[in-house]
Design a protein around this ligand. Structure first.
Ligand code: DMJ
Length: 450
């Protein structure tokens, strides 16, 4: 079998003939600076109104915490974006703050998935980008405290764990939360020499894969104690999405052929039962995991990660076709909804949470093709983000992309992912070397140093 980096290099190089088209109308350096300015606008608002809290409410201009004590989620999520943008002074003050204040010895139940992708991933990338070993020490402490989640009868992790006592709760979980741990726990394993982290996370994704239906699909909800499916709805959206993303990314980062085999096996039923060829293009909708019967013609903001994953898997043509659909979805209301009925061409769930997936896929497609079309697409997306979500104190979410009514939250991933991918789209391609770096699902870049 060819190595993952060989395949990725070929995927990226095959596209190079298109590099001659680089002279687009868009001044990449200028737009990259504009994105950086918007990052500072959002970050400075967080600093002014919510410093020390997990997140910012940009309309009421106050901070909020996820739990009884802050875990500084926005600051840690934003740190590596600052490093990549060259905002070193700012990053250094965040580094000192985190290292001085972040303490995981807290009697609180946290959500394993969210804390893994945002904080564990953030600590590992922060360690790799800064070289400050104290980040890795924090990551190991956090990974050790989260680790009891894997102690279920099936090896499928529980949803919540108490950081101080290690007590776990909530067996109702989903493939996304179970299968999106191997990048972070796997990297921690390699960097600390503790194989149990890799093994538990790999077992978790394997347990979901083993429970795929006879036609090869997985459902939305499952029970960690029994391994039984609680909801047979199959799709690429929330609760499943990054389960597939981590098969490919895990293979690229660790070269584990079992993960690639899971992807190779999963992409066939995805293309058979979820793919939907319509007069407006290629979409991926919902189907029953056991029968393959179409249940909904919905595709949404979260599903827009899939073109990026297809690029990493080497399928640029399908990625490019799907990306056009994502852009149709974006343009229908001027900004994308949480869910879009692609047959009716209407928002099915009209909220927008400042999600990054469409930017992420635009970035990967530009890296793979160097086609300036993706620069124009990214610029249009950036412009409407500014038009509808920019407020005096940062950026806000929308209650409805139809009415553009705003809502009072700026999620940490806006600084970790949304603005990072937009920046990287326009920044010099060598800012991140995709042959040696894999972004976790929160866009924290993890470098293969082992
Ligand atoms: C992020 O926390 C991650 O990208 C996750 O995989 C999905 N949801 C948000 C962004 O939309």
């Amino acid at each position: 079998m060819k190595s993952p980096s060989f395949i990725l290099i070929v995927t990226l190089l095959v596209a190079l003939p298109a590099a001659g088209q680089q002279h687009s109308q868009i001044d990449r350096a200028r737009v990259a600076e504009e994105v950086k300015t918007e990052f500072l606008h959002a970050w400075n608002a967080y600093k002014q109104y919510a410093w020390g809290y997990d997140g910012l409410k940009p309309l009421s201009k106050v901070g909020y915490n996820w739990y009884d004590v802050p875990l500084y989620i926005t600051a840690l999520d934003a740190y590596d974006t600052m490093m990549l943008m060259g905002l070193h002074e700012e990053a250094d003050s965040v580094r000192r703050f985190i290292l001085h204040n972040l303490n995981f010895d807290q009697d609180i139940y946290v959500k394993n998935f969210e804390i893994t992708i945002r904080l564990l991933g953030g600590l590992i990338s922060s360690y790799q980008l800064s070289g400050d070993k104290r980040f890795l020490d924090l990551a190991e402490d956090l990974g050790t405290r989260l680790f009891p989640v894997f102690n279920s009868p099936t090896g499928i992790p529980y949803v919540d764990v108490n950081l101080r006592t290690g007590a776990t709760r909530n067996p109702r979980t989903n493939p996304g939360e179970v299968g999106t741990l191997i990048i972070e726990f796997g990297a921690l394993s390699k960097l600390t020499g503790r194989p149990e982290f890799y093994n538990a996370a790999k077992n978790a994704i394997t347990q979901v894969f083993r429970r795929r239906s006879s036609i090869g699909l997985v459902g939305t909800w499952m029970d960690a104690n029994t391994g039984e499916w609680l909801d047979p709805d199959s799709h690429l959206s929330a609760c499943i999405d990054s389960y597939y993303e981590y098969m490919i990314k895990g293979w690229l980062l660790f070269g584990d052929p079992d993960l690639k085999a899971m992807w190779d096996s999963s992409i066939v039923p995805i293309k058979t039962y979820l793919a939907d060829e319509t007069p407006t293009g290629l979409w991926f909708g919902h189907a029953n995991m056991f029968t393959g019967e179409r249940t909904k013609t919905w595709f949404g903001a979260l599903d827009a990660f899939f073109p990026g994953t297809l690029v990493l898997a080497g399928d640029v043509p399908t990625a490019a076709r799907l990306q056009e659909s994502c852009f149709i979805m974006w343009n229908r209301h001027g900004i994308e909804p949480e869910d879009f009925d692609y047959r009716a061409m209407e928002a099915a769930r009209p909220r927008y949470f400042l999600n990054p997936e469409i930017m992420e896929s635009t970035y990967y497609l530009y890296q793979a093709t160097r086609d300036p079309h993706y620069l124009s697409m990214g610029k249009a997306i950036f412009d409407s983000l500014k038009a509808y979500c920019r407020v005096e104190a940062g950026y806000c979410e929308l209650k409805s992309v139809v009415t553009k009514e705003q809502s009072d939250r700026m999620e940490s991933y806006f600084l970790a992912e949304t603005l990072k991918y937009l920046y990287l789209l326009f920044a010099p391609p060598e800012t991140v070397d995709l042959r040696t770096t894999v972004f976790n699902t929160e866009a924290h870049p993890i470098r293969k140093t082992w």
